[in-house]
Every structure is written in structure tokens, then in C-alpha cells.
Design a protein around this ligand. Structure first.
Ligand SMILES: C[S@@+](CC[C@H](N)C(=O)[O-])C[C@H]1O[C@@H](n2cnc3c(N)ncnc32)[C@H](O)[C@@H]1O
Length: 251
């Protein structure tokens, strides 16, 4: 059940838009630029609301993550790997009526890909929403009720967390008993800026879930630039089933 990569047409650069719309320039500032400014303020305001009642270091964390995501908002996901999603759909024998949560999808690529496979209930959470199905929500403070999701998909997002243990606690809370988790993270890099944690490998990811890891379905580690990993950083991928009620465990 291979997923096909989305080949959405690229968005024109702001420069190109401005050159095409000279009639819409007001006092030397194009309508496009004013619209971008308001758009940025609107999104920034929503992220500041997420940070309400937080200490300064957490506010700074959310601001760094938001700035990174906002700067990449027009990128076309043409080079994004679908290996993890393909394996999940092949090996995870998914129930297409099950609810899927994508953590940090950035745009609608993951949502649309799961829908193409046949999943009907797919939601994403991110600091920026670029389309239907992506809610603005902090992965450390999800507002979903307990036991909401059958599948949790976190591709290149856990390394952006402020507190991985807290995110794992939230995943375990919103996932149903026996839910399937698919995680991909970059490994063997120097954490800096928005990329905060190097979990070292598949074992490092499993360790986060401790006794809640019930059964490993599939794992993979790839060096940078290999046929199964076009990115410039090594990656660890894992698909596993979780168990919620573990004595002395999280969740
Ligand atoms: C590197 S992108 C991953 C995009 C996509 N999942 C992929 O595999 O290419 C990381 C995403 O995590 C989001 N993110 C970072 N911190 C977050 C947080 N605290 N809560 C929710 N999303 C967050 C970022 O906004 C960004 O869209």
C-alpha cells in the first residue's frame, strides 16, 4: 500500500508576487507584504497564547520553534521521505476507521497522505496551521480527551520537544490501549536551535516509552544520504505498539 509523494506545485516567491502586482503597491509597500505581516502577527499571537502562564524559558522555546516553522511555511514537501508512513501502512495492518494523530506535521502533507490510504479520521497538531486538519496545539499540552487515537505518527518532531518525557506522557494519555506509534527522528547530530534532542538511535526512542513499549513492529536506522534516507542526517525509525496501564510507568 505504497503512498505516493505529493507533487503539489510550488508557491511563487514573495518577490515574484510583488513584481507581478505593481498596481497593488501602496506607498511603496505591496498589499502582499502587508498581508504577510498580518498573517505573521496572527499566527504569532496564537502561539503566544499557547505559551500563556509559562516561564520565560518555555516561552522562548515556543518562539524558536514557531520562527523555524514559519520560515519554512512555503516549502514544498517534495523531498520528504515516506518510508515510515509506507511501512506503517504495510506492517501495521491499520484499521482505517481508527483515528490518526500526526504530531508536528508542519503542513497538510501527512494528513493528505493518510487520507489517500483510506484513513477517515486524521488530525495533526502543530504551532502553525497551514490547512484543514492541522490544529494549533502544543505537543506538551494536548487538549484531546484521554484514549482518543489508534495511531500516533511523529516524524521529525520529538527532537523539537522541550521535555520529551512530558510529550511521551501526553502521547500515552491521548492514545488508546494497544495504539500503534510510528516515530522517526534524526540521530547523531549536534543539538542546536530548534533541533533540541539527539536520541542516538532506535533504542533511545524506545527508552523514552519504557515499560509502555509492548511490542516492536519494525525498526530502521539509516546513515545520511542512503537510498532509504535522502536527508543529510542519519535517522532512526520505529513502529511499535503501546501498553498503557503499566504499574509504576508513565501515563
Ligand atoms: C522538522 S518539522 C517536521 C515536519 C514533518 N513531520 C516531517 O517529517 O518532515 C517539526 C515540526 O514540529 C513542530 N513543533 C515544534 N515544536 C512543537 C510543539 N511544541 N508542539 C507542536 N508542534 C511542534 C514544528 O512547528 C514543525 O512543524
Amino acid at each position: 500500500m505504497a503512498l505516493l509523494r505529493s507533487c503539489a506545485a510550488g508557491t511563487s516567491s514573495q518577490w515574484a508576487l510583488e513584481r507581478k502586482s505593481p498596481l497593488f503597491a501602496i506607498g511603496g509597500i505591496s498589499v502582499e507584504r502587508v498581508r504577510n505581516l498580518f498573517d505573521r502577527l496572527r499566527h504569532g499571537f496564537r502561539v503566544r497564547r499557547l505559551a500563556a502562564n509559562s516561564d520565560p524559558s518555555y516561552r522562548e522555546y515556543l518562539s524558536v520553534q514557531f520562527e523555524r516553522t514559519y520560515s519554512k511555511r512555503n516549502q514544498v514537501p517534495a523531498r520528504r521521505s515516506t518510508v515510515l508512513m509506507d511501512r506503517l501502512c504495510e506492517l501495521g495492518t491499520p484499521n482505517l476507521d481508527g483515528a490518526v494523530l500526526c504530531i508536528g506535521p508542519r503542513d497538510t502533507f501527512e494528513i493528505e497522505s493518510f487520507k489517500r490510504v483510506g484513513f477517515r479520521k486524521v488530525l495533526g497538531i502543530d504551532l502553525l496551521s497551514q490547512g484543514p486538519g492541522v490544529l494549533i496545539m502544543d505537543m506538551h499540552r494536548m487538549t484531546f480527551p484521554d484514549d482518543s487515537f489508534d495511531v500516533v505518527y511523529a516524524s521529525h518532531s520529538l527532537e523539537h520537544s522541550y521535555d520529551p518525557a512530558r510529550v511521551v506522557g501526553e502521547i500515552l494519555r491521548v492514545a488508546k490501549e494497544g495504539a500503534i506509534l510510528a516515530v522517526e527522528v534524526p540521530i547523531k547530530f549536534t543539538p542546536q536551535g530548534a533541533d533540541r534532542f539527539d536520541f542516538g538511535g532506535v533504542d533511545g526512542v524506545h527508552k523514552l516509552f519504557g515499560a509502555h513499549l509492548d511490542r516492536i513492529v519494525w525498526t530502521d536506522e539509516q546513515p545520511p544520504g542512503s537510498p532509504m534516507n535522502g536527508s543529510g542526517t542519519a535517522v532512526a525509525r520505529t513502529i511499535f505498539v503501546i501498553r498503557k496501564g503499566v504499574a509504576g510507568g508513565q501515563g
